[in-house]
Design a protein around this ligand. Sequence first.
Ligand code: NAD
Length: 265
Amino acid sequence: MSLRYHNKVVIVTGGSKGIGRGIVKVFVENGAAVVFCARGGAPGQTLEAQLNKAGPGNCKFVSCDMSREEDIKRLIAVTVETYGRIDCLVNNAGWHPPHKPTDDTTAEEFRDLLNLNLVSYFLASKYALPYLRTHQGNIINVSSLVASIGQKDAAPYVATKGAIISMTKAMAVDESRYNVRVNCISPGNVMTPLWEELAGQTPDAAAAVKMGENAQLMGRMGTEAECGLAALYLAADATFCTGIDLLLSGGAELNYGFKSQICLS
Ligand SMILES: NC(=O)c1ccc[n+]([C@@H]2O[C@H](COP(=O)([O-])OP(=O)(O)OC[C@H]3O[C@@H](n4cnc5c(N)ncnc54)[C@H](O)[C@@H]3O)[C@@H](O)[C@H]2O)c1
């Protein structure tokens, strides 16, 4: 099979596990050089070694906290020092806090989440754009289906994800003059360590996973690899798409479902 992103340089934030890991893997399988980050060390280093052994592309892990501006600057600088260019930035690192009502949520919790889920996407874009512009590159922002359909007891999370879609459109307008495309992906339920963690906070984790699977018309959750393929599509093939929100949801937003308060509680 031909390599669809051969010799291109990609940054993936939060690539040590979950959706980010799926994206890193698909780009390396398609010949790209990928720089990815996470806060910790070991899982990222292990993935780096595995993927470099498998090839045909290669990758470099950088330990970095995306909620810190200095770390974001360093991530971009290391990429340019190592590979000399940037063709694609995938903003993915984010967190879904445990579900709780607005009444129990503090301003500080909301601000911290905005900083990680939204401001980090803005800053990584800001520092990568000078390099993306010189190669007509592209940005892919990972939002969420809940930005469009809402979610119970998660107003701050949903707000950060909605803002990502709006920011994607605004940056698509601004960057079109440089031929830089800016798009986003909105996954529905994708089985990742984050999803498992949230299921683990419910009284019956197995039942929560089953409900999560049944939320899709396809009767299953999405996979990390499917997220990777969606990102590769936007980066490599979707050359006439900018400002779009690609729903990767297995049809979860379609058809009537159980929506009354009795069923929500
Ligand atoms: N899993 C889903 O069903 C789902 C659905 C819609 C959207 N999303 C979004 O997809 C993205 C990835 O989610 P996931 O389920 O793969 O989560 P995950 O927790 O399984 O993985 C998150 C990744 O981000 C990294 N990360 C977290 N905080 C970081 C920080 N401060 N600095 C650097 N790296 C950090 C983690 O180390 C990890 O590599 C998030 O933006 C999430 O909101 C997930």
